[in-house]
Design a protein around this ligand. Structure first.
Ligand code: GTR
Length: 452
């Protein structure tokens, strides 16, 4: 049953077993680097045929941008019905409480923190949005928005960051004890967040603890918007209702609603970023909310940028078994049966067109199928070509640390499942190029769109 929300929603203790399970599958460490019993051999990838983004459900071809607009709606609905679920419209307007706004990071930034409700009630699910913007900015700046795994206070040791009260996955190295975040976690994830670099490049950075929006375990929906928005008479989400990724995507859209009201941010230049499960989330967010200017997927793997039909590394069956709450229930139909799914992940990338999207892999992150992530980008190219744009523009996965692509950026970095400064450098270069902040890189305009 949906639980009744209290002022301190999300503070319920969950069973020991759930906590252990979550520790085992913790976000983004090498714990899941290369589980045994899965295929990591390119020669053993099964033969498959990808569904065609440019053929309507009734079999007729997509020939123009106008056709694509209709086809896009079909593809988006297929992803809602078969993968991520249908999200309801949030009720009520934007409800925001300013927590603080002051100079921070030795004068480099203004740190603003706001608390945003996800329902039309003063209680219930809510999240804290932390925004650093360059203190020196004279006009509205572009922004990068993304979730973090362990709390806003983990991205930087800055003592002024509010520590969340909601459920956290136990992890002493991140300062989480008894499912509560503590002071000890401050800055524990700073290596993944190039805060100073981002600010010095003239971008704002906005982040949210994803567990504020929905705690990441199978019963987490009871503490999230998903229980609040259950259809009348239902005691749990329907098979085509949103999963946790859908709920997290809605949180990012609500954050963008807020950024649109903040005059120091250029709402037309908001980049949605995410790593791993949160990279799956950033892709679904960029696909379902076209207000996001650029989408970045860092090592998102299965259910993110990787093609499911390849069954390389993590599979649909495995992800649905270990994380039954991320997708909708119907996605289970495609366990060991990927070919029956009416979509594959290249179509998710295509949903961004003509907006820029960046896909990043890591060499050792074979669980996430680096080549499968590249191929999703490559097979989205024909949709970009309709707009006379070059997507990735190359046929083969490039070598290590060699970024490629025009409107679809791609690189495979040396090293493992992580977010490194190298990744941030590429994302900022890519965003600069598309936001016209630097002259176009040589070569990028010479590429020819890939027609079918
Ligand atoms: C793993 C999961 C991946 C990836 C990762 C993460 O356990 O199998 O799909 O999302 O977690 O989020 O770090």
């Amino acid at each position: 049953m949906p639980r009744v929300f209290s002022a301190e929603t999300g503070m319920r203790f969950h069973s020991f077993l759930i906590a252990i399970a979550c520790v085992l599958f913790l976000g983004g460490s090498s714990v899941v680097a290369q589980p045994k019993g899965f295929n990591y051999d390119e020669s053993k990838v099964p033969k498959f045929e990808l569904p065609d983004s440019l053929i309507f459900d009734d079999g007729s071809p997509v020939k123009s941008v106008a056709d694509w607009k209709k086809r896009r709606a079909e593809v988006l609905q297929l992803f809602r019905d078969h993968v991520y679920g249908n999200a309801p419209k949030l009720r009520g307007g934007l409800k925001v409480k300013l927590l603080s706004e002051e100079e921070a990071l030795d004068g480099l930034a203004i740190r603003k923190q706001v608390r945003i409700q996800l329902t039309d009630k003063p209680y219930g699910p809510r999240f804290d949005l932390l925004i650093y913007r360059p203190a020196a900015a004279k006009k509205a700046v572009p922004a990068i928005l993304g979730y973090n795994f362990y709390g806003n206070h983990t991205i930087h040791p800055d003592p002024g960051i509010v520590i969340h009260q909601s459920w956290s996955r136990n992890d002493k190295s991140k300062g989480v004890v008894n499912n509560r975040a503590t002071e000890a976690g401050r800055g524990s994830r700073q290596s993944r967040w190039a805060v100073e670099m981002i600010l010095k490049r003239g971008y704002a950075l906005a982040t949210i603890y994803y567990g504020d929006v929905e705690p990441d375990h199978k019963d987490g929906w009871e503490d999230s918007t998903r229980s609040y928005y259950l259809a009348p008479g239902r005691s749990k989400p329907a098979p085509t209702d949103w999963g946790a990724i859908g709920a997290w995507a809605t949180g990012l859209s609500r954050a963008l609603d807020y950024l649109g009201t903040d005059r120091s941010i250029n709402e037309k230049q908001v980049v949605v970023f995410g790593h791993s499960r949160l990279g799956k989330t950033s892709l679904w967010t960029g696909a379902s909310d076209e207000r996001f200017a650029i989408t970045i997927s860092n090592n998102s793997g299965c259910g993110g940028a990787a093609l499911s039909r390849r069954r390389f590394g993590e599979t649909v069956k495995r992800i649905n078994t270990v994380f039954p709450h991320w997708f909708n229930d119907r996605f289970n139909r495609y366990n060991e049966n990927e070919n029956d799914c009416p979509v594959d992940q290249h179509m998710l990338v295509a949903l961004m067109a003509p907006r820029p999207v960046y896909i990043a892999s890591a060499e050792e992150d074979r669980w996430a199928d680096p080549n499968g992530e590249f191929l999703s980008g490559k097979h989205a190219d024909p949709v970009y070509a309709l707009f006379d744009k070059v997507g990735v523009g190359v046929d083969k996965q490039p070598g290590l640390d060699q970024p490629v692509g025009d409107t679809i950026g791609y690189h495979v970095r040396t090293g493992g499942h992580e977010v490194k400064d190298y990744d941030w450098e590429q994302y900022l270069n890519f965003a600069d190029r598309h936001f016209g902040r630097t002259p176009k890189e040589p070569g990028s305009t010479k590429m020819k769109p890939v027609k079918k």
